[in-house]
Structure formats: structure tokens, C-alpha cells
Unconditional design. Structure first.
Length: 464
């Protein structure tokens, strides 16, 4: 292999960056040398090539191969060929639209979509139990809608600690949900709603979908608590993939279990968080059921795709390079070489081919892709050559800045990536409120129904 004098393509240390450093790109590699090239890399990919071509010609090579993850970049006849990166694509805004439409078109006389545009806090604060609570995304959403979360259950200590910190009046049980006993319902105000989401690792399309994964059966513990508490309503969330897993048998098992617990009428909808003001594309399957024969309410979406909140609207005021640990504004450390690799990733592209969900460059002018932790390999900032910070993740999930995540940066990212967006949970809570007030007053619920395109409507059948 021909070499360029003075350059060591195998020196990846920070100390060697002043004389020679290579950076692996998504589909190739770019060789940097000297301080001038370090500055060139920050100005954009194609400003670098003239400099590299000049260096290459001085070496008098005919062909050179540079190390990369899985590809080779060639330089033939004195001209370097730019790395083959994926072209910039338009953001994909409706990954689950087809499945959501199928759910809507299925006959369900109990499912109603409620206009929440004029929603106000309930006249009475309904009491809530949050199962599989995590850091508290659903708890925060229901609290912001006027509910009181009296009890929360979480297995992981760092998430339970975050919940305790941000909900000082909530009793947090940290441990196996199988050992959790809910508050006594024979004395004092009754629990009106049970909410939560069993861990979805067994269901998610991002990994292997194993119907025998024991985590897939944790919904039975959710059902057990519902059976014991007998709330007026329950709300269970999960990934959309749960609805089609094992040919729909998992969904059928969930509905059967709720029916045996005294909730024969359970409705399902897929809600896209971006349609409720969250600056992120994050679809969730929501199960709503009640024991009174009432409608099962869902919040009608109030944003169309062209109205979605773009990523820059919620993170642009945070410091670009100054870390603020007090609000979790911290991100993974990158070497100069790694920043150079990131600089070559186009919007919608990933730093890796094998792990395509990690280090994905976000689009400007659009909501973020679904937030994930990926062991510190979060999404790439739309404007900067670094991954997004824990606080930027939290804002994209709709958490306020005064909601602090304990445990350090990586554990904060894990908690945020697994949370339900509070704004989505708040929308669900607002839809539920008038029906709970109707139960308290033994009257018909006062709400405005909205029909969605493609929804199966049974106008001739009374809903109450």
C-alpha cells in the first residue's frame, strides 16, 4: 500500500491528531492531517477533499486504501473519492399509520375520540396508581392534568429514585411488581385510575420479538392490580408491535385477561405523540378499559403532520458545547476523530450500518425520530457534530427542565429513552377526566366527540 509521507493512518490517539488522524465515516473514511485539515472538516465534507487530494498527490501514490468499519475508500490516479454516504431523505412521519388505520377501522362501539382543545383540570383530583412507572412520564402527564398519583411501582432503583425526587407526595414501591400490594380500597378515597406500561423489550420491532420472553407476561401483573383495585378506568400503554405479535394472539390474551378481571370492554388506539405537541415521532399503543359500560375515551389529535413541532424549536436555546449538569445537559464525550465521523452523517443517516438505530442524524424542520438511549449512542444533533444531550432528549420527550433525572448521564438517558412523553399522557388524562366526573355524579359524561378519518362509527348505537 502506498503511503503519504508524514501521515500515520493507524494513529487514533488525541495526541496524534495534530500530525495525523483518520476518521471512519458511515460508508467510508476521510483522512485528516494538520491543523488546517482539522478546521476544514468542520466546514463540510467537500471542503476537505481538495486538501486531501493535495496531500495525496505529494505522496505520489497510484492507489491507497484506508481502514473503515466495513468498506474501503479508494484514491485512484491522484484523486480521492468521497465516502459513499446515504443521501438525505425526507423524514418518515407515519411509520405506524397503516396499523393505526387498521385498528381504527375495526368495529368498536366503545371507543370514542374526545376533543381536548378546551380541556381544564378535573373538578376533583382523581387518585391514580402508576405501574412500571419508570422515571414518571405517565405520572407527570396525569399530574399536569390535575390527577394525584398516590402510588408508583418501579423495579429499577435509579428510576425509582428519580420518581421519588420529582413526586415527593407519591409512595414509591421499588421492587418486583409481583410483591406489590396496592393501597387498601376499603377505607378512604378509592383509586379511580390504574395506569402504566409493562416493559416492552419483548415486543419492540427494534429487536427480536420473542413471544416466550417472560417480560411479555408482565401485563398479567398489571391485570392483577387492576383486579384487586377495581378502578373506574385503566390505561395501559405499550409499543404498537404488541398488537400484531404472534398473529394477534398476545393482544387477544391481554383482552381476555382484562375481561376475566371484570373489564369486558377494552378499546385500543395507536396514538402518535407528535400529534399532541411532542417534538418527537413516537407512536404508542394505548389500551383503555372501564367497568361501568361507559365509552373508552382517547384524545383526538390536534396537530396535522405539517403542524408538527420541529426539533430545533425545543432544543435550540440550550448551550451548544457548554455542559450544564444541574439540568442533565450532558452528552457522550467524543474524540476529534469521532466528531469527524459524525460530521459526514447526513440527515436521516446513521453512523453505523449494523446498528442503524444508533447515532442517527436528526432532520431540521421536523420532529425528532423516536428517542432511544442506545448505551450512550443517542441521536446526532441536527446542527452539531455530537450526539444529543440527556436534557435535549428530555425536552424532546416533553419533560420540563426542572424534572431532574438521577444516576448520572447514561442512566439519565436510559430513563428518558424508556419514558412515556408526559404531554401524550396528559392528553390521555384530559380525555378521561369528564368520564370520571360522570361516574362520580352518576350522570352522562359531557364531552365533544370527534370522528377520525377511516374510523368505524356506530352512530345508531347509544354509547351511554
Amino acid at each position: 500500500m502506498a503511503t503519504i509521507p508524514g501521515l500515520d493512518t493507524h494513529d487514533t490517539s488525541e495526541e496524534g491528531a495534530a500530525t495525523a488522524e483518520y476518521a471512519i465515516a458511515t460508508m467510508g473514511a476521510v483522512l485528516m492531517s494538520s491543523d488546517q485539515c482539522q478546521r476544514d472538516i468542520a466546514t463540510g465534507l467537500y471542503d476537505v477533499w481538495p486538501r486531501l487530494n493535495s496531500l495525496g498527490k505529494s505522496g505520489g501514490y497510484s492507489q491507497m486504501y484506508l481502514r473503515s468499519d466495513s468498506n474501503k475508500m479508494t484514491a485512484t490516479d491522484g484523486e480521492l473519492t468521497a465516502p459513499r454516504t446515504k443521501p438525505t431523505r425526507s423524514p418518515r412521519l407515519g411509520r405506524y399509520d397503516k396499523l393505526a388505520a387498521q385498528i381504527l377501522s375495526a368495529p368498536d362501539p366503545s371507543r370514542v375520540f374526545v376533543d381536548i382543545s378546551g380541556a381544564v383540570e378535573p373538578q376533583e383530583n382523581g387518585r391514580v396508581i402508576d405501574l412500571f412507572a419508570g422515571a414518571g412520564g405517565m405520572s407527570l402527564g396525569f399530574q399536569d392534568a390535575g390527577f394525584r398519583v398516590i402510588s408508583a411501582v418501579e423495579l429499577v432503583e435509579v428510576a425509582a429514585e428519580t420518581h421519588r425526587l420529582n413526586f415527593p407526595h407519591t409512595e414509591v414501591f421499588c421492587g418486583d411488581i409481583g410483591e406489590y400490594e396496592p393501597p387498601d380500597q376499603t377505607s378512604g378515597p378509592a383509586v379511580e385510575v390504574v395506569i402504566g406500561g409493562p416493559p416492552c423489550q419483548g415486543f419492540s420491532v427494534a429487536g427480536k420479538r420473542d413471544p416466550d420472553d417472560p417480560r411479555n407476561r408482565l401485563f398479567e401483573e398489571f391485570v392483577r392490580v387492576v383486579r384487586q383495585v377495581q378502578p373506574d378506568y385503566f390505561v395501559m400503554e405499550n409499543v404498537p408491535g404488541i398488537l400484531t405479535m404472534s398473529g394477534g394472539r398476545v393482544k387477544a390474551a391481554i383482552l381476555e385477561a382484562f375481561a376475566e378481571a371484570g373489564y369486558p370492554s377494552v378499546s385500543i388506539a395507536i396514538l402518535e405523540a407528535a400529534r399532541y405537541g411532542v417534538a418527537q415521532l413516537r407512536a404508542r399503543a394505548i389500551f383503555v378499559g372501564n367497568r361501568h359500560g361507559l365509552p373508552n375515551p382517547f384524545p383526538a389529535p390536534f396537530l396535522e403532520p405539517q403542524q408538527y413541532v420541529p426539533i430545533e424549536e425545543v432544543i435550540s436555546d440550550l448551550p451548544e458545547w457548554d455542559r450544564v449538569p444541574e439540568i442533565n445537559h450532558e452528552w457522550t464525550n467524543h474524540s476529534k476523530a469521532f466528531e469527524a465521523r459524525i460530521s459526514l452523517v447526513p440527515p436521516g443517516g446513521s453512523l453505523y450500518e449494523t446498528f442503524a438505530d444508533a447515532y442517527k442524524r436528526q432532520y431540521k424542520g421536523a420532529p425528532s425520530m423516536t428517542i432511544k438511549e442506545n448505551h450512550g449512542g443517542t441521536h446526532i444533533h441536527p446542527n452539531l457534530n455530537r450526539c444529543i444531550s440527556a436534557r435535549e432528549m428530555a425536552r424532546l420527550q416533553s419533560f420540563p427542565d426542572d424534572f431532574y433525572f438521577t444516576g448520572g448521564m447514561k442512566k439519565a438517558m436510559w430513563q428518558i429513552g424508556n419514558a412515556v412523553p408526559p404531554a401524550l399522557a396528559q392528553a390521555v388524562a384530559h380525555a378521561l377526566a369528564p368520564f370520571l366526573e360522570a361516574v362520580r355524579s352518576s350522570s352522562a359524561p359531557k364531552y365533544s366527540r370527534i370522528s377520525l378519518p377511516g374510523e368505524a362509527i356506530f352512530s345508531a348505537q347509544p354509547l351511554f
